[in-house]
Write a protein that binds this ligand. Sequence first.
Ligand code: BG6
Ligand code: MG
Length: 215
Amino acid sequence: NIRGIIFDLDGVLTDTADYHYQAWQKLADEEGIPFNRQANEALRGVSRRASLMLIIGDRRYSEVQIQEMMERKNDYYVKLIHNITSKDLLPGVVPLLDELRQAGIKIALGSASKNARVVIERLGIADKFDAVADGYSVQEPKPAPDLFLYAAKQLGIPPSQCVVFEDAAAGIQAAKAAGMWAVGLGPVERVGAADIVLSSLAGVKWENLFRSAVC
Ligand code: BG6
Ligand code: MG
């Protein structure tokens, strides 16, 4: 009996995953650190600091330099998301959110991003969420379960009655660690650990998804 759905943001509701990549690429280029789209796969859903750590590897930087690089990447990212509108919602998102609301299911955002609130506002969907868990909500980032547990608590629904929609391996891991159901969006190589794997939300009806999961 599912009563709550938690949506990741970047790569699930909108394609900001690519903006995160572009911002990291620019920073890596400036620092002369080898980086590319393939290396970026490991950063999907990963917090800002942990992402930077994966990029710099065993290169030595001071804490001051690390802070400066995180800020620089975020400045690039903030510029890239400046012109986001409802046109940037991925296909299927609005019909699914509306169907869930009609079915009386509570909806939360569960994003690692500190920019999550401004993004859902620009997308025009902020009022569709009953709770928001973002980059400011908990200490331990995904793959720890903390962010999703926080979201479920905000909704007042036990984890076992929550489903998480995620595009990142770290996010699926976090959902399972939280004792929740996981719907993975993307290739099996990335989200294969989810209970259900979909290529996108386009045409997805909760009613059908739920039935297939119960059977
Ligand atoms: C996640 C993204 O949603 O948020 C990651 O998938 C990003 O790519 C993380 O690093 C943190 O986001 P921000 O906006 O706080 O740097
Ligand atoms: Mg994501």
